[in-house]
Design a protein around this ligand. Structure first.
Ligand code: GAP
Length: 455
């Protein structure tokens, strides 16, 4: 089997209707992608699987769907507005971005106060001390630039005097600001979590690698609010649950690893990524962060509203600790596409087959009449299954070609309708992975498929 490259995957995705380049007829719009008819089903199924595992099956987790546009003060509290002024420079060799003041501080081991330096002084220090790129070791820096990681828009009818508002760069703030709303209405006792899935936007200057890093993407995030005494246990529990989730969906354990952070934000007590071995190498798939009381305390400070939790057992009031678990739906979809891809050598042929877990496969079953004059019966079977599953219907071309097309979009089952079907109400069902076929009664199909697609 030849190695999967990102180019091969992009081409398959484009040709089979998983993902198209954004605004393609206008020459595209860099690092935006549109999910096609097959891809939208896949990504929706990925999101459903996450929601089922972490919200539906967890009695202590509650969902929300907060507004994308939030009061701008939220982003002051979160620190995103302040980071607008951060002096950033890019390594021209590996395209990674760094804070110039951090480079200087790390190099001088804290003996130089980079905070007090002008941009010119920072650049001069970096050049004269030959500070190399921590990522690739290169020494080819851009000039320092101030860089806004958030997309802005404005509220108000008049351009002058209109207020700047931000497209959220992460979904979690909608969970923090609703902490007490959810706690009160759900009558929740800590430890409990708030989860949501939604779009985030980041003005990434060095995006790329297909769906890996884009300027508009979906996040699946949850914040678990808990007592400090139980927080490390919960943090470790989410590390394990996050790993199990992606393994259960089909990522192989040899392509997954934990990456515990050595350097932590000043408020963080622990942080870990789960990395996946993408065709571009080991990269972050998701994060699990022990954020202490930082987020709630910042919102308490900036909103002037108490975010204290009243413990109903001890009558004590305190700010809970937060464990965050955050994963990109698009990035996970990319990892699952990479993991599913196989060029399988057959006796006289090669087939591309996407071994997607049946629970996330775009179509669960394809209905294929062997000949066009069987289409009436085939459409009846389609209509009865389509009430319960996403089904495809295809009557064009040879049966071999139709099987290949379904293999390439990861359809776990193909049902062929033949002349015997008209006589005895039986069909042939073919398994995508083994290519084995068996004969079933039409009225057994629904149950058969339901059992196989469980997650
Ligand atoms: N609230 C925490 C947070 O947003 P993050 O590490 O910046 O943390 C979490 O993002 C996850 O979101 C990442 O692990 C990744 O899966 C996804 N993600 C972040 N930036 C992305 C981008 N530009 N494109 C696609 N996915 C992204």
């Amino acid at each position: 089997m030849s190695k999967l490259t990102m180019e091969k995957l992009v081409s398959l995705c484009k040709n089979r209707g998983f993902v198209f380049p954004g605004s393609e007829i206008y020459g595209g719009f860099a690092n935006t992608w549109d999910f096609g008819p097959v891809g939208v089903e896949l990504k929706n199924n990925v999101k459903k699987a996450w929601w089922k595992r972490f919200v539906q099956e967890d009695p202590n987790t509650y969902g929300v769907d907060a507004a994308i546009l939030m009061n701008p003060k939220v982003w002051e509290a979160s620190g995103h507005v302040a980071s607008f002024g951060d002096p950033k420079m890019d390594c021209k060799k590996c395209k990674q971005r760094f804070r110039a003041d951090t480079l200087v501080e790390n190099h001088s081991k804290g003996s130089v106060s980079a905070e007090a330096m002008t941009n010119e002084q920072l650049e001069e220090y970096i050049q004269s001390n030959h500070i190399t790129c921590p990522h690739c070791g290169g020494f080819d820096w851009t000039a320092i630039r101030k860089f806004n990681p958030m997309f802005t828009t404005s509220r108000g009818t008049l351009e002058e005097g209109a207020d700047t508002v931000y497209l959220r760069p992460e979904t979690c703030q909608g969970e923090y600001v609703n902490f007490l709303n959810v706690q009160r209405t759900a009558r929740a006792k800590i430890p409990f979590a708030i989860a949501q899935i939604g779009k985030s936007f980041r003005n990434e200057i060095t995006p790329g690698n297909f769906l890996f890093r884009t300027i508009e993407f979906e996040q699946m995030e949850l914040q678990m609010f808990c007592k400090e005494s139980e927080s490390m246990e919960i943090y470790n529990d989410y590390k394990a649950r996050a790993l199990k989730f992606v393994e259960d969906l089909g990522l192989k354990s040899e392509n997954l690893r934990y990456h515990d952070h050595d350097k932590l934000a000043h408020y963080a007590k622990a942080a870990c990524d789960i990395q996946y071995n993408f065709p571009i190498g080991w990269q972050e798939l998701n994060g699990i962060h022990h954020r202490g009381t930082w987020d709630l305390s910042r919102h308490q400070e900036f909103s002037g509203k108490s975010m204290l939790y009243l413990d109903p057992f001890t009558n004590e009031k305190f700010l809970p600790n937060v464990i965050e678990y955050s994963i990109g739906a698009d990035r996970l979809t990319l990892a699952l596409l990479c993991a599913a891809y196989e060029e399988e050598a057959l006796e006289n042929d090669t087939r591309i087959v996407m071994h997607l877990h049946p629970a996330i496969a775009p179509y669960k079953v394809a209905i294929l009449p062997l000949q066009k004059n069987l289409s009436q019966k085939a459409k009846e079977v389609y209509a009865s299954l389509a009430k319960d599953f996403m089904c495809d219907y295809d009557e064009a071309g040879s049966i071999g070609k139709r099987y290949r097309r379904q293999d390439e979009i990861g359809t776990p089952f193909c049902v062929t309708i033949d002349f015997d079907t008209l006589e005895d109400e039986t069909i042939t069902i073919r398994d995508r992975d083994t290519m084995k076929q068996e004969r079933l009664k039409i009225n057994e199909l629904n149950n058969y498929i339901s059992q196989k697609i469980k997650f």
